[in-house]
Design a protein around this ligand. Structure first.
Ligand code: IFM
Length: 719
């Protein structure tokens, strides 16, 4: 199963389908909007790092000029699926090659019929290059006209980020090139587009498109007389570069366009690049087509959003496939997506972690402003790492009212999440040089933050973290969230280990960091003290209280609210949900999952049995089900695990929450890989060693995947 397809046109689900059919190459992604426009579409191309922060309050990825536009006329009648008669329709995304194809047999209102085959890809071999081919097979004698445009009048759902700079026609040895330059209004990032149109009739080159100098929409146009049975082939090549890549982005774009000779050659290079990706990353599941497709679909979407040549960007919670969360990165990266990259594509994992390294100044500033030391990373992070979580958003009960978002102020677990990603990368890759150069500083400065943030409770003789929000966002302003306390403790412990290791193996770097981070005997002593005396709310049976007072909240029986189509947050309301034990996503269980080597089966079981029935699995956070599946596997509850796994698998493909139109649920996609590899296959690594303990769903006949450990690739094949 390598294809996601549809054979019925459903313009009512246009946003969902645009997300599903997104193509991309780690530099940019383009949603699966059609070449021709439709009302209400969310046509978008999002390019890594191209953020702008006016006129919005919080920075967002600016919807780049549209490169897809192709307006087609058959005998003067504009091709549109809303008119005429649609005799055949099929759209397929080939996950293996990243090719989006649409086959349409359409009869114009005047009776002229033609088959139109559209194909597009964002080259993985050359990340600046995009290709779109349209083949038209007319069943009439008459004319065909095609207008190919670059449209800079794009907005982010009404918000305009672009200032038009200029456009012109550039003659090149390969033909006329239409060029466009625009710039973001505040961040002043320049984008250069270069477009060429190659036209063939019955395989013969026929290359003289006409240039239309439509302001801000440069267009190349061809109109040809055609006869029944002829084959008209239009290839639109577009190259894009930004001032983030070069001081002269237009020259860069033109060079990349020049390298594109024809569609087939560019496509071969692109498929070879995809072959390499899948050789590293593919997961094979036999006996369960839905699971197989869902896993490949998830990995495809992670791979098209993954920066391969840029460590100044991260992957947003909705990848580059939609406007949701404005392109901001969350803990979703380190805790949900990163393990997939660390185990299969360490070069990508490094970029993602180096992004955090580059945002250390902003994280230090965030901590300093709040009165603390060390690095407190932004809950929502964009170009610089400054906190960009919106403070107010429309209330889902009444969009005319505003609801306060507390995560940017209270979610302190993010620093330990980053440290977790760094540590796991090091354990799995054994990349000591990288760890000494980047990783150690991230871990130590996050630990410094916790040491300074911890409050001494003289009465109980312990350290506490008051007024926080944990992974379960149904409860805010809580004290001593277990996930936060225990992950901070872990962070403090590994920070001390890291410094010892550095002193032994990289003494100069140990010295540099000791000075740079002012790691005095007192501050190290404080780290040790907090790690030893942090408050842990665990009873004698091992049941952990999610936060202080959680067990005193009103209990809830979720089956009393079934059947339902809304989250419990929506049912109870934001304030009221705080008073119940209902949780949005694994919190204590998330902790046990991450630190599972520290907990025995009995302690995990008692917590699993308590928190599992109190979790809003279906409509709570999309981050929950995959992790719930993985932890259910640890329990040996394979049927339960499979049920949770399917919830995650369907999140985007079936649009379970109705918000897939905002973009792919990237954390869920990464969690799906973890559920399969760490859950069903039971992969564990320790040092350079690894082991599996498979617990496959009964219909799975085979599970196979690859991963890298300490520079060596391993293949797991479970029959
Ligand atoms: O990071 C998550 C959070 O855990 C739950 N709400 C959505 C965020 C972005 O995916």
């Amino acid at each position: 199963m390598w294809t996601v397809s549809e054979n019925i046109l459903d313009l009512a689900s246009i946003h969902h389908k645009e997300t599903i059919f997104t193509i991309g190459n780690g530099y940019l992604c383009t949603r699966g909007a059609f070449e021709e426009s439709y009302p209400n579409e969310r046509r978008a191309t999002l390019i890594h790092g191209v953020f702008d922060d006016v006129p919005v309050a919080f920075t967002e990825l600016a919807n780049a000029p549209d490169w897809l536009g192709l307006t087609i006329f058959l005998n003067g009648q504009k091709f549109s699926l809303q008119d005429g008669v649609l005799h055949q329709y099929e759209r397929t995304l080939d996950l293996k090659s990243g090719l989006l194809k649409r086959v349409v047999r359409w009869q114009a209102p005047g009776g002229q019929t033609a088959t139109l085959i559209f194909e597009r890809f964002a080259s993985l071999a050359d990340e600046h290059l995009l290709a779109l081919r349209c083949r038209i097979l007319p069943e009439f004698d008459g004319t065909i006209e095609v207008r190919a445009s670059l449209n800079s009048n794009m907005d982010n759902e009404g918000v305009l980020h672009w200032r038009f700079l200029d456009q012109r026609l550039i003659p090149t040895p390969q033909g006329q090139v239409a060029a466009l330059r625009v710039r973001t209004r505040k961040s002043k990032i320049e984008l250069a587009y270069a477009m060429r149109l190659d036209v063939k009739i019955n395989a013969h080159q026929n290359n003289q498109p006409e240039y239309w100098d439509v302001e801000s929409i440069p267009t190349l146009r061809v109109a040809r007389a055609v006869r029944v049975g002829q084959n008209v082939e239009i290839t639109k090549f577009v190259a894009i570069a930004t001032s983030r890549d070069s001081a002269d982005p237009m020259s860069l774009a033109l060079r990349h366009l020049e390298n594109a000779s024809d569609f087939e050659t560019a496509f071969s290079a692109h498929t070879r690049a995809w072959e390499d990706e899948w050789n590293r990353c593919d997961v094979i599941i036999e006996g369960d087509e839905e699971a197989q497709l869902a896993v490949r679909f998830s990995l495809y979407h992670l791979l098209i959003a993954a920066p391969r040549h840029d460590n100044r960007v991260n992957i947003g919670a909705k990848t580059l496939s939609g406007f949701g969360y404005r392109g901001h990165a969350f803990w979703d990266t380190e805790i949900f997506m990163l393990p997939f990259f660390t185990f299969t594509s360490p070069h990508i994992a490094r970029n993602l972690l180096e992004y955090r390294y580059l945002t250390l100044p902003a994280a230090r500033e965030k901590a300093r402003r709040a009165g603390y030391e060390g690095a407190w990373f932004a809950w929502e992070s964009a170009a610089t790492g400054e906190e960009v979580t919106p403070t107010w958003v429309p209330d889902f009960h009444d969009p005319k009212k505003l609801a306060r978002v507390w995560t940017g102020d209270l979610a302190i677990h993010i620093s330990a999440d980053v440290a977790y990603g760094v540590w796991q990368y090091w354990q799995v890759t054994g990349d000591d040089e990288w760890f000494a150069r980047y990783g150690a500083e991230l871990i130590l400065d996050a630990a410094k933050f916790y040491a300074s943030r911890a409050e001494w409770d003289a009465q109980r003789q312990c350290y506490t973290f008051s007024d926080v929000i944990g992974p379960d966002e149904y409860h805010d302003h809580v004290n001593n969230n277990a996930y936060t306390n225990l992950l901070a403790q872990w962070n403090l412990q590994i920070a001390l280990e890291t410094l010892d290791w550095l002193k032994q193996h990289f003494p100069t770097q140990a010295q540099t960091l000791t000075e740079r981070l002012r790691l005095t005997p007192e501050s190290l002593g404080k780290m040790r003290d907090v790690a030893e005396k942090i408050l842990i709310l665990e009873d004698e049976n091992g049941l952990i209280e999610q936060f202080e007072g959680y067990f005193k909240l009103k209990d809830v029986n979720l089956s009393d609210y079934e059947p339902r189509t809304r989250s419990m947050h929506e049912i109870f309301g934001i304030e009221e949900a705080n008073h119940y034990q209902i949780i949005k996503q694994p919190d204590v269980l998330m902790l046990l999952y991450l630190l599972r080597e520290r907990y025995d089966q009995k302690r995990i079981r008692i917590n699993y049995d308590y928190y599992n029935p109190r979790t809003d699995h279906t409509y709570g956070s999309s981050l929950g089900p995959s992790i719930q599946a993985a932890i259910a596997c640890v329990m040996g509850d394979v049927e339960d695990a499979y049920e949770h796994f399917l919830r995650a698998a369907r999140a985007d493909l079936r649009d379970v929450r109705g918000n897939a139109g905002d973009g792919i649920h990237a954390a869920s996609a990464g969690g799906i890989w973890q559920a399969v590899v760490f859950g069903f296959a039971g992969l564990r690594v320790h040092g350079g060693e690894w082991a599996i303990s498979p617990r496959l769903p009964k219909q799975w006949k085979r599970l196979s995947f690859r991963f890298w450990l300490h520079g060596k690739q391993h293949i797991v094949d479970i029959p």
